[in-house]
Design a protein. Structure first.
Lengths: 212, 212
DNA sequence: TAGATTGTTAATCGATTAACAATC
DNA sequence: TAGATTGTTAATCGATTAACAATC
């Protein structure tokens, strides 16, 4: 459907939150919900809820509201497609990488961790989330064999620069990027989701220091 | 200055990125830079750069450009105030908490980690970033004695719900929140910075599955 | 039918971009 | 002075909110 091409990033970023709330409601046995109640719970407006859902077509019933399970199912299809997981490699098995690996492996997020890479020889016989840690120099042959779709970068900026170009040439389609390397400037055609923890902390600091 | 009250969240979120790029430029010995060159490096527009800086007053020289060190200094003052660090506690010393603790402790982010809390007795004699891990039930007396300003939540949703209200009553002013608990709905007056890693992964998945 | 609530269009708001006068 | 580039105002764009007709 070409419909989805028009969906704006703010809407896309809200989908997981809708999905979470609907999952909670479903677990509580709730069958129906109105846009205004859902909005109130989530701290947004009924208008926005309806506008968001209508990017994808009508998920509700006029006069009635939304069926929790139907709505959750529809958003689930948007987020997870047919349920096929995205095969994913993790670059960098330090503290952050190992914390992040559990999100990649969590079966509710739509990813499958198939390889972990690091340069630290002390890690080579260990594993993370049941996946063995390989030396970084095996990356090329690994990608040639398994064709991972997504790479998660938990390495410093310089290592990210070194490895990102290779990964793109190996056919990686998306990055979950924790490094400070600005991938999207160099590779505008690749889908990148940045999580810059230091930046996030600093902007919190600004708000705390400069409030009222 | 009341000026800063008007600064919008999108601008605030960009400040750390400006600061990083200016730090890099400064390290390379670069003395001056124009809005258009900085914008090009960062993947934004010269208009936005100038508009952003002018929220805070003129940091540049007409006809010349911006002095890298001056600009970096001004943005640093915005982000870090007088340099006094924000005293911070970490709730949850699991994988994520321990990864995140290094960002809190990193001396360039403007925070000082003064306490870590967990419910797991196996952790009680250990420490994180040089800070001992306390049992969660000591939280109240600790806050009464040390008055931390910021709390970092690296616990599951339910634990976050349990602990957030207490922390607010103990005088916490800001949260760096990794849990799925939506603090800002319950405590609208508290400054919250959310990092929802699962949501971030899911929205990346949407974009990968629905592109073109 | 009357009440409720969606789907959808219109109005508003805010953020980004463009333009240009000021000035180094 | 001429060229460059900021500071700042105006125009555009896009996202949010409000309004209301459709309909259950």
């Amino acid at each position: 459907m070409a419909i989805q091409n028009k969906v704006s990033l703010p809407v896309i970023k809200r989908l997981p939150k809708y999905y979470r709330y609907l999952t909670n409601l479903s677990a509580e046995g709730r069958e129906k919900i109105s846009s205004s109640e859902l909005a109130h719970m989530m701290g947004t407006t009924a208008s926005q809820v309806r506008q968001d859902f209508n990017c994808f077509g009508g998920f509700g019933q006029q006069g009635i509201g939304y069926k929790v399970d139907v709505l959750r199912g529809e958003i689930g299809k948007l987020l997870f497609g047919d349920g096929e997981r995205l095969s994913t490699i993790l670059i960098g098995a330090g503290h952050l990488g190992s914390a992040v690996s559990s999100f990649i492996s969590r079966d509710t997020n739509g990813y499958r961790l198939i390889g972990v890479f690091d340069i630290n020889p002390a890690l080579f016989d260990k594993e993370i989330c049941g996946v063995p840690i390989h030396p970084l120099h095996e990356l090329e042959s690994f990608c040639a064999e398994y064709h991972p779709e997504v790479a998660v970068l938990c390495v410093p900026r310089q290592s990210a620069i070194d490895v990102a170009g290779s990964l793109v040439s190996y056919g990686i389609k998306g990055f979950w990027n924790f490094s400070h390397y600005d991938l999207s400037v160099e590779y505008p055609d690749i889908t990148v989701e940045n999580v810059h923890l230091g930046d996030s902390l600093m902007s919190l600091g600004y708000r705390l220091r400069n409030q009222e």
